[in-house]
Design a protein around this ligand. Sequence first.
Ligand code: F3S
Length: 276
Amino acid sequence: MLIKKAKSYGFCFGVKRAVEIAESSKNAVTLGPLIHNPLEIERLAKNYNVKFVDSLENIDKNIKRVIVRTHGIPKNNLEKLKEKNVEIIDATCPFVKKPQEIVEEMSRSGYDIVIFGDKNHPEIKGVMSYSVHNRVYVVLSPNELENIRLHEKIAVVAQTTRKIEDYLKITNYLIKNYKEVRVFNTICNATFENQDAVRELSQEADIMIIIGGKNSSNTKQLYNIAKENCESYLVEDESEINKNWFKNKRICGISAGASTPEWLVEKIISKIKEVT
Ligand code: F3S
């Protein structure tokens, strides 16, 4: 049986980069979890002695190196960190850094800032902290803008993982109601690339194995797309692989959620080879 991996699956560019940075910065700590994946964080702690601390107060004198997490941290935390006399290793995803820079520059030029995203998400907390004034409005829908009186100059950015169609609703509203709106497309395509790739591979495969947490929403999305096209299974680890699934199958497609590490994908592929 032929085993084929989707063109794009698993960790996105920013998460891969952060993990590589952590692996090469042994004995460091991260301020907050480096990425949203407990299994991988556990592995980094065990194999590379990279632990995470949950607040600045817990960075004591014995800590020499601090890694800034993929989603970034608020600007004032970064400044406090600089005062601590530690080596700072920045693993903020470049696609998250971009809206931080835009917000800083546009607020400095006098623009009101509108951010399309979730104000409780660490990425957005970081991005909004870069404004030099407090006219920053974080919204999820155009309705939320109706009661806000903005100035005539507005700059708008989006959380990296938002859907472009929803972003357009916000920018449409602003353009209809204000004279000068600077729109920046800060959406990252990584999640959508995994979905497109699973769609393509599941049309060719006889069976698809999707690897990831059963409560992970992006993994479930991949599974739902795959099962529209062929027999599909969602597994968390190799113990769930059942050899009967592969009888009379020619091509087995593999995909994994955005928080599934590559070593887990390889473990599952070995198991499939073993039983087929
Ligand atoms: Fe990943 Fe960076 Fe995009 S962390 S989802 S590549 S914004």
